[in-house]
Design a protein around this ligand. Structure first.
Ligand code: ARG
Length: 477
């Protein structure tokens, strides 16, 4: 990856006109006010699109020559010049200029300096409007692929950790109240499913994105005999876009990327919250590594889950990016409006944030050490097999479920009053509540028996979880 170079700011006193723009100087006698230059320029951030811009221009130049619109020799020197520019950018020596507004004009102006006359033919049959849409699509396509790879890596970490805990019993919660025993492996695999859906959203978005806007020109198409199929294929698109007005105004692909990113970041945030809970003194279900925690400057006993807390918080940025772009686009008429220049920073921001959060989460998952004894202890405390007891009454005594629920409730109250678990109640006390209950009930009151019984497809039994694990490896890794 190339490191963006800070553009050299051209500083003018406010209101003072500078020289007319070299690209539209024909119509403009004077240049912009300094403040206009600042609000208008995007080079500070869209230099991230340099590689895509150059790839798009190379494909365009080659197509123009192929169609006989420009001379082959001109296309060759354009392409050689663009390669040189790519090299300059990679080496951090490209002279970015704010006065040249954006990446497209910076590249084109530099090309003119490097190769002279032929550079002026590059912009035949295109506009910055189809150019920026093409560049940005290419960038977002890569971002979707990066997102997919990051999610896949996290899934791999979760699957490896789940593999170690197919039989580790923990409390499953609803309302954050202990509900029924589950296995830690099953719990981790729940997140593998979520991240799997995020990946499939990224894949869907990529398919819809993959139509090439290049050749739509400013908004109406172009009179030159261009070959849009050729440029589309050269840039790895499935086909050219079908409507020129739509092509230059469409930013759905950025919105879909951000929506996918926002949902993934919400999943990460929910998982981060569980990590924060699990490593608290109240739970002690897991221990995070030194590598992903920090100490307190005044309380020596502390080990804070900072990485998890930050992953939890940073989802706000990604959601904000989505909201910001939705609002920027709403109400825009066809076709291009400069508002659309505001599409890039939220996407760049989301890409950076999500990459960081995915890597930090995968790191935490790989390093974490679960404490099966602590999980078990917690599971023993919450009367988690009460549902199993009610089911036993239904199955063995033919009791209607509502009545079984009531009887079980009384037994839970009894155990609670005595400060013991359901399995610890003696038969005489149990029979005082419901005399038909036999010793056989004890078989279903244990935690292992409970999880083992939940063997329906998608259930938490260790046997099911082992099968789900091998399927997950096939589906996702
Ligand atoms: N920098 C612009 C953007 O990011 C490029 C397109 C400019 N087009 C125009 N008609 N001014 O949107």
């Amino acid at each position: 990856m190339t490191k963006p170079t800070p553009p050299n700011q051209t500083v003018h006193p406010p209101g003072i006109k500078i020289g007319a723009n070299q690209l539209w100087g024909g119509r403009f006698a004077a240049g912009p006010a300094a403040i206009m230059e600042r609000i208008n320029a995007s080079i500070g951030f869209d230099q991230k699109l340099a590689a895509q811009d150059i790839a798009g221009s190379k494909a365009h130049a080659a197509m123009l020559a192929r169609q006989g619109i420009i001379a082959t020799s001109d296309a060759e020197s354009i392409i050689a010049g663009l390669d040189l520019i790519l090299h300059e950018i990679a080496n951090g020596v490209f002279p970015f200029q704010v006065a040249l507004e954006d990446i497209h004009m910076n590249v084109e102006a530099r090309l003119a300096t490097l190769i002279g006359e032929p550079a002026k033919r590059l912009h035949t049959g295109r506009s910055r409007n189809d150019q920026v849409a093409t560049d940005f699509k290419l960038w977002v396509r890569d971002a979707l692929d990066r997102l997919d790879a990051g999610l896949k890596d996290l899934q791999a970490a979760l699957i490896d950790q789940a593999e170690r805990h197919t039989g580790t019993v923990m409390p499953g919660y609803t309302h954050l109240q202990p509900a029924q025993p589950v296995t830690f492996g099953h719990h981790l695999l729940a997140y593998v499913e979520m991240f799997g859906r995020d990946r499939s959203r990224a894949k869907d978005a990529r398919t819809r994105l993959n139509e090439c806007p290049l050749g739509s020109a400013a908004l109406a198409g172009t009179p030159y005999p261009i070959d849009r199929d050729h440029t589309a294929a050269a840039l790895g698109f499935d086909r050219p876009t079908a409507n020129s007005l739509d092509a230059v105004s469409d930013r759905d692909f950025a919105l879909e990327y951000l929506a996918t990113a926002a949902i993934a970041s919400v999943h990460l945030s929910r998982f981060a919250e569980e990590i924060v809970l699990w490593c608290s003194a109240q739970f002690r279900f897991i221990k995070l590594s030194d590598a992903f925690t920090s100490g307190s400057s005044i309380m020596p006993q502390k080990r804070n889950p900072d990485a998890a807390e930050l992953v939890r918080a940073k989802s706000g940025r990604v959601i904000g990016s989505l909201t910001g772009l939705l609002i920027a686009l709403k109400g825009l008429p066809l076709a291009y409006s400069k508002d659309m220049q505001e599409d890039k920073e939220p996407v760049f921001e989301a890409d950076d944030t999500l990459a960081l959060c995915l890597a930090a989460t995968a790191g935490m998952v790989r390093d974490l050490i679960a404490d099966p004894a602590a999980m078990r202890l917690a599971a023993e405390r919450g009367f988690l097999t009460a549902t199993d007891l009610a089911d036993w009454l239904v199955r063995e005594l033919g009791m209607p479920f509502r009545e079984a629920h009531h009887v079980t409730g009384r037994l839970v109250k009894l155990a609670e009053d005595r400060g013991v678990g359901l399995a610890d109640l003696d038969l005489a006390s149990i029979q005082a509540v419901e005399q038909r209950i036999t010793l056989g009930v004890k078989d279903v009151l244990g935690l292992e028996a409970s999880v083992a019984s939940r063997s329906s497809f998608g259930g938490t039994s260790p046997e099911r979880v082992r099968a789900a694990l091998s399927t997950a490896r096939e589906r996702f890794l």
